[in-house]
Design a protein around this ligand. Structure first.
Ligand SMILES: C[S@@+](CC[C@H](N)C(=O)[O-])C[C@H]1O[C@@H](n2cnc3c(N)ncnc32)[C@H](O)[C@@H]1O
Length: 284
């Protein structure tokens, strides 16, 4: 096979899941790992390694990927401790949290993603045992009727739902994100939603680097709202806790020295400031 064949390039949006798994595999190898994902290396596979090392800047900013995973772990653990009885992971990709986190056996965990990546994951993890009640759903989240049906069904069988969408919203337009937010807010038992977010300045940086090849593969970076997490308030979701990835990486001495001058973060909207973070939103 050559460097331009299917194992070295992004073939579509679901291949971005292999890219993220590559960084989880790298972190797992460190003696000071902030989390360990023993499945990541197998899930990323050779193709994940090739993607990270072929995309422009694709193997850089390890600190940001690690901070994102760490923050989602923290927010999810807290929501579960506070009584969430169902985790709805939208665009779960190759995430292995149901296998690697310490979870109540009674917890329901529903993963949603496109059919190809769901079946790939099933092949790799099919014989492993998750720590909770895990289900996988193949669904295109742009299918409005399909997702509304799923959300209504989930709303009917859980009391406290925490939604997670890690690495998804950036691939949607602002209108698509707003529509998804409204559909999620329609469920009275949907209590919180954990998202990651980029500022407009960060979005532009990403569009100029890895975003070029991703865009050609149909996975363009699109969403970085000027309002930041306040974008979600009119759609029924109040920002409750917003944590910057650079600040988080700096707490663990993982932030690159040349970026430390960007701290402390500015207050309010981030505009041109290159910011990424993880936000906990509560249903209003
Ligand atoms: C960057 S990956 C993130 C995967 C995972 N959340 C993680 O952090 O490892 C983006 C994921 O979004 C999924 N995705 C993108 N558009 C989607 C859609 N319309 N419906 C369902 N999943 C989608 C892709 O298949 C891919 O698994």
């Amino acid at each position: 096979m050559t460097m331009t064949d299917s194992t070295s390039t992004v073939r579509g949006i679901s291949d971005t899941a292999r890219w993220v798994a590559y960084f989880r595999a790298l972190e797992t190898q460190r003696s000071d790992a902030l989390f360990r994902d023993p499945y990541a290396e197998r899930l990323a596979g050779e193709h994940g390694y090739q993607i990270a090392n072929t995309l422009r800047d694709g193997n850089k900013h390890e600190w940001a990927w690690v901070a994102r995973t760490y923050l989602f772990d923290q927010f999810l653990s807290r929501a579960i401790q506070q009584g969430a009885d169902l985790v709805l992971n939208l665009a779960a990709g190759l995430d292995a949290r149901p296998y690697r986190m310490n979870l109540p056996a009674t917890l329901q965990w529903v993963e949603v993603d496109l059919a190809d990546i769901v079946s790939y994951k099933e092949k790799i993890l099919g014989n492993e045992k998750p720590g909770c009640r895990l289900e996988r759903v193949s669904l295109d989240l742009s299918d409005l009727a399909g997702r509304r049906k799923l959300f209504a069904e989930i709303n009917g069988r859980a009391m406290k739902v925490v939604v997670a969408s890690e690495g998804l919203l950036i691939y949607f337009s602002a209108e698509e994100v707003a529509s998804l937010a409204r559909d999620l807010a329609a469920g009275e038992h949907f209590q919180s939603w954990i998202i990651d977010l980029a500022s407009p300045g960060q979005l532009r940086l990403m569009q100029r680097t890895s975003g070029k090849q991703l865009s050609e593969a149909g996975a363009a970076f699109k969403f970085g709202p000027p309002e930041g997490a306040n974008f979600f308030a009119p759609q029924g979701w109040e920002p409750k806790d917003v944590q910057g990835m650079l600040k988080t990486a700096a707490q663990f001495k993982r932030a690159p020295a040349e970026l430390l001058s960007l701290l402390p973060e500015p207050k309010g909207n981030f505009g041109n400031y290159p910011w990424t973070g993880v936000c906990l939103l509560n249903r209003r």
